[in-house]
Design a protein around this ligand. Structure first.
Ligand SMILES: [Zn+2]
Length: 277
């Protein structure tokens, strides 16, 4: 069993039309607030999961980091928090982290995987951790497609591979007792979704499969997703199980709703039991 806490690593602004794809603004703006120029504030909510015996201290996704701020300032990042500082407030040091799970390699999920040292060299931020990533994501970064190439920075992951810390997942895996990784496509290839047994049941970190509580509805698919139809069938597969097993979902990008459960209504899904920031 694991004790799960969330870390708010910062926020950025994304176009609401892009976040909600084909859904009209009249519909999505009732569920997610935006500014006058249509921008939605998105969180980068990481997870720290510590096993009850204290042996595993796992981080899931790592925010955008600070190595590429000039390239991503279009997204107006704000309130960025260094994960190392956040760990400090939980009584841990970066060296204590045993595992890092990266759901995928878009810059807003893995920026703090590496950091620049005093000489300007880029090093793993968590030198004693095993970093877990899907094999498909790793192969994707070696020849990024045109739609994703601006969202991927090689120095977020290459120094980890060079340090021998990178481990690739090619099938659904029980990594540790009560800690499972499963693969989902659609948003990108081979995104990892994390299932954790907590004291009140299973907590799931769906990453960008369901970035906010508004995206629980099946057709609410971001235009950032590479393949909308695959996202739809993958969400359906995920939500069916989440509802019947009463999972708690933690939303990485929802600036207001930290976590919720899901409920099937007619042939669609809705977020219920919402926990606000
Ligand atoms: Zn993404």
């Amino acid at each position: 069993m694991f004790n799960v806490t969330t870390i708010e690593s910062g926020y950025f602004m994304a176009d609401g039309g892009a976040m909600f794809g084909a859904i009209p603004k009249r519909a999505w703006s009732r569920k997610y607030v935006c500014t006058d120029d249509n921008l939605c504030s998105l969180a980068m909510r990481c997870v720290l999961a510590v096993s009850s015996d204290g042996k595993r201290k796992v981080l899931i996704d790592l925010g955008m980091g600070d190595k590429h701020l000039s390239q991503v300032n279009y997204y107006q990042p704000y309130d960025l928090l260094n994960i190392a500082d956040a760990l400090d407030s939980h009584g841990y040091h970066s060296n204590d982290i045993t595992d890092v799970v990266l759901t995928h390699l878009h810059f807003d999920h893995c920026g703090y995987a590496t950091l620049k040292d005093v000489n300007g060299d880029v090093m793993p931020s968590f030198p004693n951790a095993n970093y877990w990533l899907s094999g498909q994501q790793w192969r994707n970064i070696l020849s990024p497609n045109r739609l994703e190439q601006d969202a991927i920075f090689a120095d977020n992951i290459l120094p980890i591979q060079e340090a021998g810390l990178l481990h690739l997942i090619d099938e659904d895996t029980m990594l540790y007792d009560g800690f499972r990784l499963r693969l989902f496509d659609g948003h990108s290839v081979g995104q990892l979704v994390v299932y954790i047994e907590g004291k009140d049941g299973v907590i799931v970190f769906p990453g960008d499969l369901i970035p906010t509580s508004a995206h629980v509805s099946l057709e609410w698919i971001s235009a950032y997703d590479l393949c909308a139809l695959t996202s739809l069938t993958e969400k359906q597969r995920f939500l069916e199980e989440a509802e019947s097993n009463n999972y708690m979902l933690i939303y990485y990008h929802d600036a207001r709703v930290v976590k919720s459960k899901v409920k099937k209504i007619n042939d669609n899904y809705k977020a219920t039991d919402l926990h606000y920031l």
